[in-house]
Design a protein around this ligand. Structure first.
Ligand code: SF4
Ligand code: SF4
Length: 324
């Protein structure tokens, strides 16, 4: 049995009010996708908080993964013992609702950045565009509200649910291998739910591209998992698929991306500096960067043609040609 760090357990037995059991109702993946899209379409929190009250988000991609998928244990072994499986986070926070991994579904969604936000950030070279910084703060506040909304609605319908990013003991932990890592990764949940693969810059490349934000909820509900139309966790990145591109390297103002990958510490420091810039230039408390997510071939779609076409057909991509 692995050991989690003790501080992760500090509220383990606190009953979460989202874990009620009433109204057992059959809920489908379609119903959940509709719930997410309706919230995007109707919530006043979906706002960039500009004078015109423009929406932060227009659409979502939604995917599902089983709590019993072996990928969760693989993540744990790769990232570290502190990284939760869906079963761990669910049973910590819904202690009265104990469920086996096979009874759980991870609901994951992608919120693709709007074109005007991508275009604005594309013009910038060092710090984020105002639109991008607004999404980083207000768009993510909406994403938080969406996590709460999905968990609460499912709980009201009799399916205990928890949003791992909203629990009080979610933590960033120092990691020898990754500089730092967290107890739950939204991008890894989306990868498990068939929504995308990782790029050289660590971002998740989805059918709507890498410029996006992502969220998830773990629920005691049986929903058919999405197939993963990739066998390689980097199948959608041109650099790993055929050794080309590397455009994100040049987009990074602090050289936090190289052919060896993403330097999280350099990136974090630049994000810290961006706070001052955002406050001084745009006059609000915000931050962000995302320059490596725009002005690149994976900005708004899957750039590896064979993988994109295979996904459109609902098939695995063909294996790469043999080395000469
Ligand atoms: S810009 Fe190119 S190398 Fe970087 S993640 Fe996207 S496809 Fe991969
Ligand atoms: S790696 Fe970090 S610092 Fe570099 S462009 Fe991307 S978000 Fe900005």
């Amino acid at each position: 049995m692995y050991r989690l760090y003790p501080y992760l357990f500090k509220d383990r037995f606190r009953k979460n009010r989202r874990c009620s059991v009433e109204n057992k109702t059959r809920i489908s993946g379609e119903w959940i996708s509709g719930l997410i899209r309706d919230f995007i379409g109707t919530s006043p929190e979906n706002s960039m908080k500009t004078k015109k009250e423009e929406a932060a988000w227009e659409e979502a991609l939604v995917g599902f993964a089983s709590g019993a998928d072996p990928i969760w244990q693989q993540y744990k072994e790769y990232v570290g013992a502190f990284h939760w499986t869906p079963w761990e986070v669910f049973n910590q926070h819904c202690p009265g609702e104990s469920a086996g991994p096979e009874e759980l579904t991870v609901i994951s969604w992608i919120l693709p950045q709007r074109k005007l936000v991508r275009m604005a950030n594309c013009r910038n070279k060092t710090y984020p565009a105002e639109e991008w910084a607004r999404i980083r703060v207000y768009g993510e506040a909406f994403n938080m509200a969406l996590r709460r909304h999905v968990a609460e609605r499912l709980s009201e319908m009799g399916h205990a649910a928890i949003a791992p990013m909203l629990v009080s003991n979610w933590a960033i932990v120092k990691s020898l291998r990754f500089s730092y890592a967290s107890s739950w990764s939204e991008r890894h949940a989306a990868h498990a739910a068939g929504l995308g693969t990782f790029g050289l810059c660590d971002g998740l490349i989805t059918a709507k591209g890498k410029a996006m934000r992502v969220g998830s909820v773990v629920a005691r509900i049986g929903i058919n998992p999405n197939p993963r139309f990739y066998t390689d966790h980097r199948a959608y990145c041109l650099f790993f698929a055929n050794g080309t591109c590397g455009k994100c390297i040049d987009r990074c103002p602090v050289r936090a991306i190289t052919e060896k990958g993403h330097d999280k510490e350099k990136c974090r420091q630049h994000l810290g500096r961006s706070r001052k810039y955002v406050k001084k230039t745009y006059k609000f408390e915000g931050y962000g960067c995302g320059l490596c997510q725009v002005g690149v071939p994976c900005e708004a779609g899957i750039p590896v043609t064979a993988a994109r076409k295979a996904l459109e057909r609902g098939e695995l991509p063909p294996p790469p040609p043999p080395l000469a």
